[in-house]
Design a protein around this ligand. Structure first.
Ligand code: FAD
Length: 305
């Protein structure tokens, strides 16, 4: 990784990029290259996921430490509380804090039996993400982001219960919600309206997933309660054996989604990168969010003034 200075964008929507800890030397190398490429887009922060039950504690910490030492990007650590006592969570937080982490994406995590299994709070642990947010805030004045589900979390009885949990997380100190991925902007718009009607004012940052692998996305969407519209499958399925055309269509669809969200007033985006830069970078180029495009736009505006 090379040093990326000037984190954060001076103009235009804010950006963040999500990575997961690499599982091999080759994957580590690829992630380094991905971060180098995406750093040029000046994200406000990048985040690294954390395996439920602490399964990636070491790799998450190693990845975060590397980003913090090798780049100037602010890095947020995802943290789940499932399967851990409060003391165990505290030990992880202390470790991350010592490495320089000041921002957590605080999550409950999926049940030990996997998505869809019944969730059992751990005795002596935090029962849900709202309790975790309060616990983190009691340790230090961390910046805290949390999850949000435009199509509701699969365990929630209804959207109202989901929004009630979001409110509890905000009341406990969360200042940003990152959404589960979705492909239909109307779902986001309706969800945001209901969130605002509930008196929640924090940014509801859309999670954008450019589709690398339709089958994988459909499988994961089925598990986490997100929907993959038929029109999206109809565009990508016929291109299963034509990687280049498939990537071009995936970029076009994600760029159109981002443009649509900007038209809805969204000014902050979280990208699920899958540790790869090509699609995300192309989407950002397409919608005019490359930093040089900011400069070009500023020049054009200056000339027009
Ligand atoms: P919460 O906010 O506590 O709850 C989510 C919803 O479920 C709430 O609406 C609540 O009403 C409902 N609910 C919770 N518990 C119950 C219950 N017992 N009965 C009925 N309803 C209930 N997972 C990882 O393992 N690692 C990660 O790094 C990670 N990163 C993520 C990042 C983002 C942006 C998102 C959106 C999700 C991420 N997840 C991650 C997935 C997340 O851990 C799961 O969706 C998990 O099932 C819920 O965690 P949460 O923090 O959203 O839960």
């Amino acid at each position: 990784m090379t040093i990326a200075r000037n984190a954060g964008r001076s103009r235009g929507p804010k950006l963040s990029f999500e990575f997961f800890p690499p599982r091999s030397e080759e994957a580590k190398q690829q992630l380094g290259e991905t971060i180098d490429t995406l750093a040029a887009y000046r994200p406000d922060f990048v985040s690294v996921t954390y395996g439920a039950g602490g399964s990636t504690r070491g790799p998450t910490l190693a990845t975060i430490s590397r980003i913090l030492s090798d780049t100037a990007l602010p890095a947020a650590a995802h943290l789940t509380c499932v399967g851990a006592t409060k003391a165990e969570v505290r030990a992880v937080v202390d470790e991350f804090r010592a490495a320089g982490v000041r921002h957590f994406v605080a999550l409950r995590g999926d049940p030990a039996g996997g998505i869809g299994a019944a969730y059992e709070p751990t005795p002596g642990g935090y029962a849900n993400a709202a309790e975790l947010v309060a616990g983190l805030k009691a340790i230090a004045d961390f910046e805290i982001s949390v999850s949000a589900y435009p199509e509701k979390h699969p365990e929630s009885h209804d959207v109202a219960a989901d929004i009630d949990m979001l409110k509890r997380k905000v009341d406990a100190g969360a200042t940003r919600a990152l959404t589960q991925f979705f492909f239909d902007n109307d779902l986001y718009a309706r969800y945001r309206d209901r969130v605002r009607a509930a008196g929640i004012e924090i940014p509801i940052v859309p999670g954008i997933l450019p589709v690398h692998n339709l089958g994988q996305v459909q499988k994961f969407a089925g598990l986490c309660g997100a929907s993959v519209p038929q029109w999206l499958a109809d565009r990508l399925e016929p291109l299963a054996d034509r990687a280049e055309e498939r990537a071009a269509v995936a970029v076009e669809l994600a760029a159109r989604q981002v443009d649509g969200l900007i038209a809805l007033g969204v000014d902050e985006f979280h990208f699920y990168t899958m540790n790869r830069s090509a699609l995300v970078a192309s989407v950002l180029d397409r919608v005019g969010l490359r930093p040089e495009q900011d400069v070009e736009r500023a020049r054009a505006e200056g000339a027009a003034a």
